[in-house]
Design a protein around this ligand. Structure first.
Ligand SMILES: Nc1ncnc2c1ncn2[C@@H]1O[C@H](COP(=O)(O)OP(=O)(O)O)[C@@H](O)[C@H]1O
Ligand SMILES: [Mg+2]
Length: 263
């Protein structure tokens, strides 16, 4: 384990919703230390609590109990008055629904939104956005309406907006959702590049087979609980089928092996 202080420390975090039988524990006693410059993969089936966790970690949703520390400070303080810009410029969340993240009329305007919100003058914000768009191969689309981009391009635009703000920590909620094969490849290239550039990546997905090779660590989330946490190969070796996550280390040597219907 790293001797450096963790970037994120999550302690006893729970999210509880009232329901007909009393309460529904959507996240329960989550404890995680996340280290800088690593690529953490949190895998879990639908409804396991991934989106709730991303929203809580990004400070968009309050937990029911527990604490989150970002660089040693409570997340709430890091977001607090006068320091809000600090967290925003450090931590970016790529939403599962790429369309929900679009705010600009053009690609350039969209990518400049973050830096403008941070208080940079428009011309400087536009420059920051252009540099990010260039890094993500979207500069030639800068005048296009974002809604006309492909799914993969929209996700790259969301990442560009985050990079434009200078964020070193990026949380991605289901980054492969609704992407065709070229879109998945584009997204994986971006993830590999961000990782190479030393960014801290936290990727939450049920499609772990797509990104496993890039992960340093695998956490399994099932029904709001962390079931396992460790080096990806070791975690896959002890995978319980009840957790709803499939070990993708299969040999697809023949067409009849290319099936999700395993016995
Ligand atoms: N606002 C809410 N009220 C009640 N239940 C919720 C709410 N938001 C999420 N949930 C429930 O919490 C669980 C986890 O949801 P979510 O984090 O979206 O899962 P995932 O992203 O892993 O598919 C689900 O069972 C979901 O129905
Ligand atoms: Mg989700």
């Amino acid at each position: 384990m790293s001797e450096a202080a963790p970037l994120f420390s999550i302690r006893g975090l729970s999210k509880i919703f009232p329901d007909s039988s009393g309460e529904y524990r959507a996240l329960w006693d989550i404890n995680l230390d996340i280290y800088e410059g690593r690529c953490l993969l949190i895998a879990g089936s639908n409804g396991s609590g991934k989106t709730l966790l991303t929203r809580i970690m990004a400070g968009l949703l309050e937990p029911s109990s527990g604490e989150i520390f970002f660089r040693g400070r409570p997340l709430r303080d890091a977001q607090g008055k006068g320091t809000e810009k600090n967290l925003r410029s450090e931590l970016g969340l790529v939403f599962q629904d790429a369309d929900a993240q679009i705010v600009g009329e053009t690609v350039a305007e969209d990518a400049a939104f973050g830096p403008e919100n941070m208080g940079f003058p428009e011309n400087i914000a536009r420059n920051m956005a252009d540099r990010a768009l260039e890094a993500l191969g979207l500069l030639d689309k800068r005048e296009s309406p974002p809604r006309r981009l492909s799914g993969g391009e929209k996700r790259r635009l969301a990442v560009a907006g985050i990079i434009a703000m200078g964020c070193d920590t990026i949380i991605m909620d289901e980054p492969f959702a609704n992407l065709d094969w070229p879109g998945v490849v584009q997204t994986l290239r971006i993830i590999a590049e961000l990782r190479q550039n030393g960014k801290t990546l936290i990727i939450l997905t049920h499609e772990l087979e797509k990104v496993l090779a890039l992960a340093d660590r695998l956490v399994i989330l099932h029904r709001g609980l962390i079931r396992d946490d460790g080096p990806p190969a070791a975690v896959l070796d002890r995978l319980d089928p009840a957790w709803g996550v499939r070990d993708p280390r299969r040999n697809y040597a023949a067409v009849e092996d290319c099936s999700w219907l395993e016995v």
